[in-house]
Design a binder for this molecule. Structure first.
Ligand SMILES: C[S@@+](CC[C@H](N)C(=O)[O-])C[C@H]1O[C@@H](n2cnc3c(N)ncnc32)[C@H](O)[C@@H]1O
Length: 346
């Protein structure tokens, strides 16, 4: 599905003038643009980086760490704004550092996404710029770096710092901006853990290994540690993997975090899979993503294993799961979430 905000920026990538850096976010996962020696990309999504590398792009996968690029080395930075404010602020600050004097930052996004406020803050940092409406709700902003004053850098809530964000009787959870629901415990995931024993009771034998599919900062993985089995946690987001590794190092647990797209590169199968699947890719609701998570669970589940999913009540996950699993059963629900047990029916 094409994104009207990105379409406004596309011509600048198709006909780059000068050294250009494209900051690509998850909402651009399927975008195709021809590579050019003038173009580089940076993204925090593993699948997007892989997709671009397959198209011969010079694409860097990291938690938006610009330190590999020399300061003041780009003529242009192109960025379709992200969903979360600290991410956008961090990226505007990084663009300021990466641009040569007189270099340009091009932004696009919807008014409801805060593009006009981002523009005003960026203009105070950059010195010059204008912002105009292009179509519908979409705005396009052009900023020129005429200032060298770093005191107007935007508040990115200390983007790179991993910090304690929540705690319960068992664990203290560390996380950072850029991770899904980074500063709290997700209520759906907490609900899954409350009912974990109810899921486990349905296994013929205790599980020997577990997969946390779409692990975020690792909440579900940490809450499997009392089972004393190896846990593989996977996510496509670089910030999530960083936070997850940090959490795993704080406790004596056998868990590893793997950056991947829906566990594609993980060859192992597991007795237990836990998953709170995403249903948004960027700004759009992505039904296909739910299906890809179900397929990944199917492909990675041992014949006698179970996959434990939690979703919002309105998502027809058990119906979609029928395509992949012999058994798909809602084992509990409250006013907001439901817990679904999936198995191959052996
Ligand atoms: C609803 S969150 C759940 C996070 C975590 N399990 C928790 O309970 O807090 C879904 C996670 O799926 C991840 N995700 C989205 N697309 C993915 C993909 N293609 N492959 C792997 N993970 C993905 C997101 O980055 C996010 O961390």
């Amino acid at each position: 599905m094409s994104d009207p905000a990105f379409e406004r920026l596309r011509p600048y990538l198709e006909q780059p003038q000068g050294q250009t850096l494209w900051v690509a976010d998850e909402n651009l996962l399927t975008t195709r643009i021809n590579p050019s020696p003038l173009l580089k990309a940076i993204t925090n999504r593993y699948d997007l980086a892989e997709n671009l590398k397959r198209q011969d792009w010079s694409a860097l996968y990291s938690d938006y760490d610009f330190s590999v690029h020399t300061d003041a080395s780009f003529d242009r930075v192109i960025y379709r704004i992200s969903k979360e404010k600290p991410v956008v602020h961090h990226l505007i600050n990084q663009a300021f550092r990466a641009l040569k004097p007189g270099g340009q930052l091009l932004l696009a996004g919807a008014k409801t996404e805060g593009i006009k406020t981002y523009f005003s803050k960026a203009k105070a940092l950059f010195g010059e710029g204008d912002c105009s409406k292009t179509a519908g709700d979409i705005w396009f902003a052009q900023l020129t770096k005429t200032s060298t004053d770093m005191s107007a850098l935007l508040d990115d809530q200390n983007y790179t710092r991993i910090r304690a964000v929540a705690a319960d009787e068992q664990f203290e959870y560390f996380s950072k901006p850029g991770v899904f629901g980074w500063d709290k415990i997700d209520k759906g995931s907490a609900y899954l853990i409350e009912h974990l024993d109810q899921f486990l009771m349905t296994l013929i034998e205790p599980p020997r290994s577990a997969l946390d599919l779409g692990c975020g900062y690792g909440y579900l993985s940490l809450n499997l540690s009392h089972l004393d089995i190896p846990v593989t946690a996977t996510d496509n987001n670089a910030a999530a993997i960083k936070a997850c590794e940090y959490n795993f190092n704080r406790y004596p647990i056998d868990a590893q975090a793997v950056a991947d797209n829906c566990a594609e590169q993980i060859a192992k199968k597991f007795d237990l899979i836990v998953c709170n699947p995403p249903f948004h890719a960027g700004f759009s609701v992505d039904g296909d993503l739910t299906d890809r998570f179900l397929k990944a669970a199917h492909d990675h589940l041992e014949s006698r294993g179970i996959a434990c999913f939690v979703t919002n009540l309105h998502i027809p996950l058990e119906r979609k799961a029928a395509r992949w699993f012999k058994q798909a059963e809602v084992i509990a629900a409250n006013g907001h979430f439901k817990l679904i047990r999936l198995s191959h029916g052996n």
